[in-house]
Design a protein around this ligand. Sequence first.
Ligand SMILES: *[C@@H]1O[C@H](CO)[C@@H](O)[C@H](O)[C@H]1NC(C)=O
Ligand SMILES: *[C@@H]1O[C@H](CO)[C@@H](O)[C@H](O)[C@H]1NC(C)=O
Ligand SMILES: *[C@@H]1O[C@H](CO)[C@@H](O)[C@H](O)[C@H]1NC(C)=O
Ligand SMILES: *[C@@H]1O[C@H](CO)[C@@H](O)[C@H](O)[C@H]1NC(C)=O
Ligand SMILES: *[C@@H]1O[C@H](CO)[C@@H](O)[C@H](O)[C@H]1NC(C)=O
Ligand SMILES: *[C@@H]1O[C@H](CO)[C@@H](O)[C@H](O)[C@H]1NC(C)=O
Ligand SMILES: *[C@@H]1O[C@H](CO)[C@@H](O)[C@H](O)[C@H]1NC(C)=O
Ligand SMILES: [Zn+2]
Length: 433
Amino acid sequence: MYFCLIVAFLVHVISSYALVDGIWNPNAPSSLGRRSPDVNGPLDDGVLEKRGATTCGPSANNAGVCGTGPYYCDAPSCHFQYGPACDANQTPAGVNTTSVPRPKLGSTPYGVSIRDCGIPGKVALTFDDGPYIYTSALLDLLKENGVKATFFVVGNNGGKGQINDPKTGYPALIQRMYNEGHQIGSHTWSHADLSTLSRQQRYDQVVKNEMALTDILGFFPTYLRPPYESCNTDCLSDLKDLGYHVANYDIDTLDWQGDYGHSQNIFSSNLKSVSPSTRGFISLAHDIHDETVHTFTTYMIDTLRAAGYSTALYGECMSDPPANWYRNSTTGQPFNGSSHNSTSSSTAKSVSGSTNSTTTDTVHTSTTATPSAVSGGEGAFGSRTGNTTVSGTNSTIAKSQSATGTGTKLSGTTAKVVGAGVVWVLTCWAFSI
Ligand SMILES: *[C@@H]1O[C@H](CO)[C@@H](O)[C@H](O)[C@H]1NC(C)=O
Ligand SMILES: *[C@@H]1O[C@H](CO)[C@@H](O)[C@H](O)[C@H]1NC(C)=O
Ligand SMILES: *[C@@H]1O[C@H](CO)[C@@H](O)[C@H](O)[C@H]1NC(C)=O
Ligand SMILES: *[C@@H]1O[C@H](CO)[C@@H](O)[C@H](O)[C@H]1NC(C)=O
Ligand SMILES: *[C@@H]1O[C@H](CO)[C@@H](O)[C@H](O)[C@H]1NC(C)=O
Ligand SMILES: *[C@@H]1O[C@H](CO)[C@@H](O)[C@H](O)[C@H]1NC(C)=O
Ligand SMILES: *[C@@H]1O[C@H](CO)[C@@H](O)[C@H](O)[C@H]1NC(C)=O
Ligand SMILES: [Zn+2]
């Protein structure tokens, strides 16, 4: 019995640690607790722990409000205005792209929130917030199924490290995405709520992700998905100036909430609500969640095929030629060749050959005109960056950060308590038989 309790205690300590680590992504503590074998190598725990130990502040006139660990340092929960060491404040290696010319390319609209796939019968599967430790497995799965998807990547979130830092393993993963014919869009540098930022801060969020992506690929995207689907009129205007299409979606699977039965219903009921001959869809999921990658993606692929749809890339839904999906980071012109990898350009081009251009214009101009503030939707990271009012003590910060999301701190704590109880009971039970 004593032995049982000792072992249970050890298991408890270990599991608590995993759940604490899960704070950076409180909606999926269990998935972080059981990392898949593919995390070995450069993307191991060591990287995350090292980041968490960095001190963010305190700054001179806000002594006391800054701290260490994921709550303080990891984007997007980190209050970048207060913590100089906040991930959001890091600048990636690479050439500053601010002065790259940004001519408007193609006929896909700028300055509006795009939501629908212009091609009937097509579903653009999109994955946000990665790359992360499950992305490699997702690429394997997509390849097995002959599916191309669109990835809206974040430069540095969840304490994962900078995407263009070779130590993280992400540069190779992003090159692989491109080489295997997937489309890459931007989801900002550190998952900021763009509507809450100044023009200069928005530029920073966009430019730093361009710098990192250019460092990896040699060019940068023209499609950007605003975190939390949040982009007010100032934001829409800035993104237009920066040469980005605002690439939203019309099926939010809510996979980050962890209720995959619900996510399946959302996905299938949308597809079945109309005939594939009349319209297409753009769906949202997140490759930072184990179950999304290992279970739900297969469900989406099987379901869309059974309902008579096939997949498309985001740019294909817009009937936008692949060259317009990216800019040459020197000239700002369409990136259509690949000095980077000649195999890859033919991959991307051949994918575009399947585009059905017959029906596009009418549908994709039905984009929302000028939403004053598009909000809601994506809450994969719970809390938001931006100018959150911070007052008082450390615990106030933690509270306000978790409260802005969906009560994530609370659910994390609950999960921890319940998890610990289950672990103790199961461990003792295991040793009693
Ligand atoms: C913030 O937290 C640190 C470490 O836990 C503590 O030393 C400090 O007193 C706290 N500051 C305030 C204002 O509570
Ligand atoms: C890039 O250059 C612009 C213009 O010189 C400057 O305002 C901005 O701070 C720079 N950004 C980074 C991340 O270095
Ligand atoms: C180019 O893409 C091909 C096909 O995916 C891949 O096998 C090859 O390793 C890539 N080459 C480089 C230099 O990235
Ligand atoms: C961008 O354009 C310049 C000038 O045409 C060219 O030299 C360079 O190779 C291009 N970059 C890439 C990544 O294709
Ligand atoms: C790249 O695309 C532009 C615009 O579509 C075109 O003018 C140019 O000829 C293309 N260059 C190559 C090398 O295909
Ligand atoms: C293109 O779309 C039209 C209208 O939905 C359809 O009739 C046609 O078969 C499609 N062509 C291809 C190649 O998918
Ligand atoms: C946050 O917003 C408030 C009110 O809009 C403003 O007074 C304050 O200066 C802002 N703080 C930062 C750090 O941007
Ligand atoms: Zn996101």
